[in-house]
Structure formats: structure tokens, C-alpha cells
Ligand binder design. Sequence first.
Ligand code: GDP
Ligand code: ZN
Length: 364
Amino acid sequence: MTHVRACRAAKETQVYSLKDLGWCDFFEAQWNEMQGPDLFPARVAEESRGSYVLYSESGEAWAELRGRLRHNAPTAAALPAVGDWVLAQNRGSRATIHHLFARRSKFSRKSAGRKTEEQIVAANVDTVLLVSSLNCDFNPRRIERYLALAWESGARPFLILNKSDLCENSAGPAAGAESAAMGVPILITSALRGDGLAELRQLIRKSGTSALLGSSGVGKSSLVNALLGRDLQPTREVRDNDDRGRHTTTSRQLIVLDGGGLLVDTPGMRELQLWDSAEGLEHTFADIRELAQLCRFRDCSHTGEPGCAVIASLDEARLASYHKLAREQGFLASKQDAALRSERNKAVKRLMKEQRRFYHDHDR
Ligand code: GDP
Ligand code: ZN
């Protein structure tokens, strides 16, 4: 068997300080409560079908979940995801994850398939870099949609308007973005020409853990590559004494930037799925909440009631966007209820079956 050292082999010996990895008082306080022999804090850099790559003060390590953690997790959301802090223990060449720290923020989505279950896409993201492109399909409505998602996560959003080289006059789109962004800072970049990249690097350095969010094709990978000064390798090859990692596609990643700052780059972040953005919606459409106080009816739905201040003064497209997002949100909420109800029904049926068996056995 050939052992091809991973092309990132040099990085594997790299030692990080906890601070480099985004450690802060929030986690320190939790750690003080639960220290144990041989347990060390580490951050999840990759997750792939139950296997994890951890970054810690002693470098990079492959890890698996301790059985108890895996079995006791009530939902998939209670298992570690990229960006999570965990307590781990060394076990020869591998590590075992014993405990998951409470999250400061999380990005989640509805899991694929029929089951409506929360799936964590990235955890402990401090800053969301919402990337949009300044070319012709620039869309403020889409920005609103992403902003709702960003606020909901608990992270602070920034708006990156990329491909400035394609836009002769960025004033129009930038103004549209400004009104949709409601005070969120905007940075104009070109991954191709290099405009704004120094500012972006500086922003990331100061922002703890950042994540790129935005539609496909807006230039997220190009920005990441420009920031790294190299292309991210999509595959991880075999390591010595360990062939489990062979050709594993590294679909989720936490990148420690050379000059400081961390970047979460996961495909999951790229797919927009509203999970529970009720709060995020409120934040993104704070102007509607303000105006609604002037509506004649307190429970005005802003869909045509007389004396509606929102309809009277808000841009029609923005209101339509709000209604669309709110409808989606309502739909998902009702699906979640249905999923809960069906779980409950299943539990009741199980109980009834057990009882029947109990009586049956006792009658004999
Ligand atoms: P992603 O799907 O958001 O990761 O987008 P990519 O980084 O794959 O970029 C999509 C396409 O846009 C590629 O063809 C890039 O070369 C191009 N692109 C990315 N950034 C820029 C830019 O600043 N200017 C121009 N003109 N093209 C860009
Ligand atoms: Zn109204």
C-alpha cells in the first residue's frame, strides 16, 4: 500500500494557539466547569460521515465520537459540526470526542429528504460575509433573504459586493444594496482584479470566525483562493497508519488564515434553506415593524387592510419579498409541527402495543 502524504502535510504539524482558533471567554467559562483528566479543547475543522478533523494546541488530529455522545444525542443538531468546540482525548494516533461545547451561534438548515430535521451547517461563526455579485443579476431581494438567515444565526453580517470589474457604474446596485441591507456595512471587491481584498483580509482578521454566504457563481471560491493565495485542495489523501481518509472529499472546512482570522467554507452554507428565520426576518425588515405601529389595526397583515401604513409607505417589491419570506417561514413552521405530531403519535402507538403485549402475556 502506498502512503501518499497529504498535500497539506506541512499544515498537519502546525500548532495553533487556542486564540488563533477562535477561543474566547464564552468557551473558557464552559471549560472551567468540565475539565477532566487528559481532556483538551479542540475545534472541529472537518466533518465527514462521523469522522472529524480537529485543530488544537497540539496540532491536527483525526477523531471519532465517544459512543455515549453519539447514542445520547437527541437530534443530529446535538452532534459536533464544523466550527464547534469539543473536549477530546488522545487515543494513540486518533482522538475521541467526549463533549460538545455550547454554541455561540449556528447556521442550520432543513435536512435533505422528507424528514424535517435541523442540520447544523456551521457553528460558532462570528461574522457572515454575504457575497453578492455586481453584475446584471444583482438582486436586493436575494440580499434580504440572506440577511434574514445571517441575523438568525447569531453572527454579524457584512455585505461583499464582488465583481466590481464587471460593473462600470456600481453606484446603482450599491444604493439598492444599501437600502436592502439596513445599515449592514458594505465592501466592494473584485476577486479577479484584487480590488478591496486588502480590506477584506483586514476585516476577516478582526472578525473571529467568518463564513461566506451567497448564491452560486458570485465568486466565493475565488475570494477564498485570493485570500489564501492558493487553491484549496478538495481531496485529502491517505495518511501514514491511516487509510480511512483516502480520497475523502473535504466538504466542510475551517481554514486558519496566515495573517490571523478563520474562515468557514462549507458547501452547506451555499445552499439557502430557511430553517427558522422568524427572528431573522424581524431584524431584516425592522422598517416594517416600525411602520406597522402606525397601521390602523394592531394585527394588520399589510395585505390590503384599510389604513395600512406599511402598504402606504413601503416599496412594493420589498413588501412582496417580506410576504414571500414570511410565507415560506410559516410553511416550514407548520411542517415542523407536523413532524412533532407524527413523532408523538408514533410514541403513543408504541406504548399501546407494549400494553397490549403486557395484558396478553398476563392473561395466559
Ligand atoms: P462561487 O460559486 O460563489 O464559489 O463562485 P466562483 O468563485 O466559482 O466564481 C464563479 C465565476 O465567477 C468564475 O468563473 C470566476 O472566475 C468568476 N469570478 C469570480 N470573482 C470574479 C470577479 O471579481 N470578477 C469577475 N469578472 N469574475 C469573477
Ligand atoms: Zn399594515
